[in-house]
Design a protein around this ligand. Structure first.
Ligand SMILES: [Zn+2]
Length: 265
């Protein structure tokens, strides 16, 4: 262990999930790793484990306090910060794990800095690069890493949790049922980096459910889609998920409550 890993394969086949599972396995405090129940597993799932870092555009946007949509490449500062983090001993886990999502976005400066780190990784550290464009990585980086090729069909393979939640949410929007926003909102409330991802996934699923449940000719469909898209943009621009959520749920309730029979499939 310790040799950097490169997970390649098309988007949506589970590279990110697999990387997080590996981080859980390395740090699990349960009997059968990953147990998904111990403190460490739960922190990793919530994106708040101090020894497990996900570097991606959303991390970078927060790092520089910039808008998500202004992120075009992964800059050298991210790799420098990552090097500093990896140089320290693990805070509470056994391994420090850094995952770089969409590693082909690394600038050449950033790639060269990363290369030095990959050549001499500090003890008890693991770097995992994820990409669906392996050919766009520096060949020196590719040759440093042990490649794991992901195959399989992207998405839809497993009915996703966000999709189920979104369907449930949609049903709660019927005017005759008091909206039970709070239950769903609570699921958004777990703090940390994963929160935005959870919110984003749920909104994406909500878009899909909206399209599916409202007939194309329903005049409310564009309004619904616009409201959800606005919320998605707000999340990506780092608005607080809970605030976005509250605004959206009120809006959707207003839009949808006039035609109850259309709420059902
Ligand atoms: Zn565990």
């Amino acid at each position: 262990m310790g040799a950097p890993l490169l997970f390649t394969g098309p988007a949506g086949v589970g590279k990110r999930t697999a990387a997080l599972e590996l981080a859980k396995t390395l740090n699990c405090e349960g009997e059968i790793a990953p147990c998904d129940a111990c403190r460490s597993c739960r922190k990793i799932a919530a994106g708040i484990h101090p020894d497990v870092q996900m570097i991606d555009f959303s991390h970078q946007a927060r790092f520089f306090d910039e808008a998500m949509e202004d992120q075009r490449s992964l800059r050298i500062e991210m790799v420098q910060a990552m090097k500093r983090t990896l140089a320290q001993k693990p805070f509470e886990g056994r391994w420090k794990v850094t995952i770089i999502d969409e590693a082909h976005h690394l600038t050449s400066d950033a790639s060269n800095t990363l290369l030095k780190l990959l050549e001499e990784p500090p003890p008890r550290t693991l770097v995992i690069l994820l990409t669906d464009h392996r050919d766009q990585l520096l060949s020196t980086i590719r040759s440093r890493c042990q490649t794991v090729q992901f195959r399989g069909t992207p998405v839809e393979e497993k009915p996703s949790e966000p999709l189920k939640q979104a369907e449930h949410l949609w049903d709660q929007l019927a005017p005759l049922t008091p909206p039970k926003w709070l239950t769903l909102r609570r699921q958004w409330d777990h703090p940390g980096k994963a929160q935005r991802q959870v919110a984003e996934d749920l909104l994406q699923a909500l878009l899909a459910v909206g399209r599916q449940r409202l007939p194309a000719e329903d005049r409310r469909l564009p309004e619904v889609l616009r409201a959800v898209l606005d919320a998605l943009t707000a999340i990506r621009q780092n608005s607080h998920p809970r605030i976005v959520w509250d605004a959206l749920s009120l809006q959707l309730h207003e839009i949808l409550r006039y035609d109850p029979y259309l709420l059902r499939q």
